[in-house]
Design a protein around this ligand. Structure first.
Ligand code: SAM
Length: 281
């Protein structure tokens, strides 16, 4: 059926969609829009996402599925939405662990963060994806698995692979890109946190976050400069890499006095840089 089909929806389904807090803002049609984060400016840039019509698409780290459902709406032949961490997560247990670490003055263990607070048999935070899927009568296929450890032969290859907002959460980013390469038929679209070092635009460096320095999130580990991201993609086996969009978000000034000096927007922060690149086999 799909996105624009006129359907009578179960009122309970609609109410749950309205009541829920979402990660993604998804326009479900009929005036129903999920209450999520503002859409990514970068991924809305004209050349950020390639033409998906007739293509097979894999969306790694799909969460509520915005980009999977949009690919389906745009005519993709087949769409697979893959996720596991957020879908399985027990956020209260993870938060309690973070607070215990902070009380004890130690950093969270990356292996604990990545695996210890995931439900085994249930996917509580996949609910948003499932609600949107039901509302849209979607054919997007969901795969609940860890992209870093699953048998990639079971996935196969896809013409277009979305890798949005995932790379900097990886403790082994180069290994992640190697795995990404192995499932990419035509192009991988990588959207990631990055760094820009003023005066040194071509420097190849990767910034490391031992704690929650980047956006207060302990699951953010590494952010590359543009040159490093291109180099990592090449080292992972991609033949050609093109930057399609870049953004530096100004850091808002924290005090009135500082605001008078730097203006409302604030200075450009190298650590708020983000990039979209296309990596071609
Ligand atoms: C910051 S969110 C980005 C969500 C979405 N792709 C977007 O850009 O709006 C990161 C997503 O990657 C998922 N993720 C992290 N590690 C993963 C892994 N090893 N395998 C599959 N998904 C993973 C998380 O569960 C989460 O949904």
């Amino acid at each position: 059926m799909g996105w624009a089909a006129a359907m009578t929806h179960d009122p309970e389904l609609v109410q749950e969609i309205r009541d829920r807090e979402w990660f993604h803002t998804i326009d479900l049609g009929d005036g129903l829009v999920t209450r999520g984060n503002p859409p990514s400016e970068l991924l809305s840039a004209p050349k950020a996402i390639p033409e998906v019509r007739g293509q097979s698409v894999l969306d790694i780290g799909a969460w509520d599925g915005k980009y999977s459902f949009e690919a389906e709406r745009a005519g993709a032949r087949r769409v697979v939405a893959l996720d596991h961490f957020v879908w399985r997560l027990n956020p209260a247990k993870l938060q309690a662990y973070y607070e215990a670490c902070e009380r004890e003055g130690r950093l969270p263990d990356p292996d604990m963060v990545g695996a210890a607070f995931l439900e085994v048999d249930t996917v509580p935070l996949k609910r948003g994806f499932d609600l949107a899927h039901a509302y849209l009568d979607s054919h997007v296929e969901a795969v609940v698995d860890d992209f870093m450890t699953m048998d990639l032969n079971t996935l196969g290859t896809f013409d277009i692979v979305f890798y949005f907002g995932v790379l900097y959460h990886m403790i082994n980013p180069l290994g992640a890109l190697q795995r990404l390469r192995s499932v990419t038929g035509k192009v991988a679209v990588i959207e990631t946190a990055a760094v820009l070092i003023p005066g040194y635009p071509d420097t190849s460096l990767v910034e490391f976050y031992a704690g929650k320095e980047r956006n207060g999130d302990y699951t953010n580990w590494f952010a590359p400069t543009e040159a490093a991201l291109h180099g990592m993609c090449r080292a992972a086996g991609f033949g050609r890499v093109e930057t399609r969009a870049a953004r530096i978000r100004p850091r808002p000034p924290s005090t009135a006095a500082w605001r008078r000096i730097v203006g409302r927007e604030g200075p450009l922060s190298p650590s708020n840089h983000r990039l979209v690149v296309h990596a071609f086999p």
